[in-house]
Design a protein around this ligand. Structure first.
Ligand code: CA
Length: 523
């Protein structure tokens, strides 16, 4: 992404908008000129459905109030405060049949389905005419534009984009380096070396309490999908649809690599190398295991794992939980934990009376100022400009109430998932420096395997695929747990397992996926 060009585009727009207002309304100009972002002469309010991370949209948060000041457009959330389940609330709204002006949602396929049904409107013409910043952003980043185009060629939503170029990675591997040192071991570079290390963690009492209480490999997660994905990643297998070769997507848990991974994982589990409660712990288990000096190795988010050294360094003498690159296995040294291009997006419904103003409002968030507002909050409060760049204030970085930076920002309305464009600089500033250098290590080492793009399906394909998919994952999850926990044997079961996957439509799902893949790649 070329920021300079992006900025230049904004300046042109800025001066243009300033001119037009000068001619038409000098009184308004005196109030709003400084911003150059006013969309409507009279204040307007639009209704929006949005729930992000359990929080119903609140248009009174500082970021959205500031946007109102700048644009004269106000958003009013229609979800009530006690509605925290996004999917449930969305389904209720659709069943009730009353549409707000705007819908923001985590699942793009649902927005596109509404598009096919005529409930949300196509945006491509509107963007062309009234959204110069979004248009420019897409012109400079054709990959991001592809993500916005539905299977029928229309654009029904503006995605909420991640800054993939700046931060392409999400999760990494962490190990107790002080334990390695104590046992005279080096950073494991291959799978074989990792096995030796985990075995030593198990057998040689690296926490020195005389009890065999170490948990060599531990993971946390509120779904078994998260746990299985991390376990499989060690062996370069994937618990998802992924693009294996030029033909396109395969269902990971039906691939030979997966079978191979499960066989090894079952052995590791049997030997006590994997946390015996790996499938039943919750998201707080990482804190428990590390605070109690029990865990040796994990795979988790950089931004939340990279700060344990500063948190626990004093409590546990010598504590050093630091990043290592993925180990090499069968010639590969990659991890599949890449960031998606985007998460969800927002759409304009057929009920909206002023789609032009709404698309201009969407576009506002792609101006330099709008993007900064969404990423950094309100200037002078959560950030200040230094040498032309936003810098977070102590309110974010050293919050007097001890609130972590991301939560401070979310409290302001920043980073609320709608249809904006993340700035990687944001995370680089608030994340622990150790986490940032860990992410950079992964990115620079080229170990992060790019994701298959989020594919687009027709309404019929979505219906068929989601039905098959839920059965495929249900079988895969059931059997994977049985195999790893040693209840059953993967080699013995594999043939029958494959038969079960085929009987619920594995081949058909593969066909749909490959068709969608081909369509996406040719776009
Ligand atoms: Ca011990």
């Amino acid at each position: 992404m070329n920021l300079k060009k992006f900025l230049a585009g904004f300046i042109i727009l800025f001066s243009f908008a300033g001119c037009s207002f000068k001619e038409s309304d000098s009184k308004k100009l005196s109030v709003k000129k400084a911003e150059g972002t006013v969309i409507s002469e009279n204040p307007q309010e639009f209704t929006i459905f949005a729930i992000h991370l359990g929080k119903a949209f609140n248009g009174e948060l500082p970021v959205f109030n500031k946007a109102f000041e700048m644009t004269n457009i106000k958003l009013k959330g229609i979800a009530s405060k006690n509605q925290s389940d996004e999917v449930l609330a969305f389904n209720l709204m659709m069943a009730a049949g009353e549409l707000p002006d705007i819908i923001a949602y985590e699942l793009p396929e649902e927005l596109e389905k509404l598009g096919a049904e005529g409930k949300v409107i196509p945006l491509e013409e509107l963007v062309n005419k009234y959204a110069p910043n979004i248009k420019k952003f897409w012109e400079e980043n054709p990959g991001y534009k592809k993500d916005a185009v539905a299977a029928d060629g229309h654009i029904y939503m503006i995605p909420n984009y991640n800054d993939y170029d700046s931060i392409s990675t999400s999760q990494g591997y962490y190990i107790r380096k002080d334990w390695l040192k104590r046992l005279g071991l080096k950073d494991p570079k291959t799978l074989e070396e990792l096995y030796v290390v985990l075995k030593a963690f198990r057998e040689k009492d690296p926490n020195g309490n005389g009890v065999k209480d170490e948990i060599p490999l531990f993971l946390r997660g509120n779904t078994s999908k998260k746990i299985i994905s991390s376990l499989a990643d060690i062996f370069k297998a994937e618990y998802s649809w992924y693009s294996k070769d030029e033909k396109g997507p395969v269902f990971g848990p039906a691939e030979p690599e997966y079978k191979d991974a499960i066989r090894e994982l079952a052995k590791w589990y049997r030997e006590g190398l994997i946390d015996s409660e790996v499938f039943t712990r919750d998201v707080s288990s990482r804190d428990y295991i590390l605070n109690n000096n029990l865990g040796g190795f994990t795979c988790d988010w950089f931004s939340s794992t990279g700060n344990y050294n500063s948190r626990l360094g004093n409590a546990i003498p010598g504590f050093d939980f630091s990043v290592i690159l993925p180990v090499e296995y069968k010639g590969k040294r990659t991890t599949s934990f890449a960031r998606e291009n985007y998460l969800g997006g927002w759409s304009i419904t057929k009920a909206a009376k002023n789609p032009v103003e709404i698309i201009k409002y969407f576009d506002f968030w792609y101006t330099e100022e709008g993007r900064r507002l969404w990423n950094f909050g309100v200037e002078g409060d959560t950030y200040v400009m230094e040498n032309g760049k936003p810098k977070f204030t102590d309110k974010v970085l050293k919050n007097p109430d001890g609130i972590i930076p991301l939560m401070v920002l979310r409290g302001e309305g920043a980073q609320y998932r709608l249809g904006m464009f993340q700035d990687g600089e944001n995370e680089r500033q608030w994340a622990d420096p150790e986490a940032v250098s860990a992410m950079d290590l992964y990115i620079k080492s080229g170990v992060v395997k790019s994701h298959m793009p989020i594919l687009k399906y027709t309404k019929e394909e979505t219906a068929e695929l989601s039905k098959i998919d839920s059965q495929l994952y249900s079988i895969a999850e059931e059997m994977t747990q049985k195999w790893i926990l040693g209840v059953s044997d993967v080699d013995k079961d594999w043939k029958n397992y494959m038969r079960r996957l085929r009987s619920v439509g594995l081949k058909r799902a593969e066909e749909i996926q490959r068709q969608a893949y081909k369509r996406f790649m040719e776009k």
